[in-house]
Design a protein around this ligand. Sequence first.
Ligand code: UDP
Ligand code: MG
Length: 151
Amino acid sequence: MERTFVMVKPDGVKRGVIGSIINRFEQKGFALMAIKLMQIDLALAEEHYRDLRTKPFFGELVGYLTSGSVCAMIWEGPNAVANARSLIGKTNPVEAAPGTIRGDYAMDVAGNIVHGSDSPESAAREIGLFFTQELPITTFMGFPYNEQSAE
Ligand code: UDP
Ligand code: MG
């Protein structure tokens, strides 16, 4: 079993497609471990995308991510990272196949509606950034979500 971090970006929240995106993950067979609606501040956006900080689009990217609420989620399943990336589709919606989330819901790379971790290491880092022990977010099977209950 593996976990991945998925985030509906502000354009997805504004367009009211959180439910549609959740539905695709549930249909695929993923289990939802944690979910919250939140407003990201600039520091968290910059930390989340720190590997891209030298890119020319970095300013626009963190501006986009902080432009409204996001829906942060942890999904679990076999090969969760790779399976989520395959559901989400290619980074540029022009290249994302129809049937993928970006292929079906987005047209422009600067507004590609959803994020998914790109490796198990990134997933662990991003889950740690967005879901901390100090902020109990949700319950799963009656237990507060935490790393121990994941084992
Ligand atoms: N992005 C962009 N312009 C680009 C490449 C990426 O605005 O030319 C944005 C886009 O929102 C993308 C995010 O930066 O989802 C992170 O880029 P990454 O290469 O990590 O793509 P992802 O992992 O999201 O597919
Ligand atoms: Mg990425």
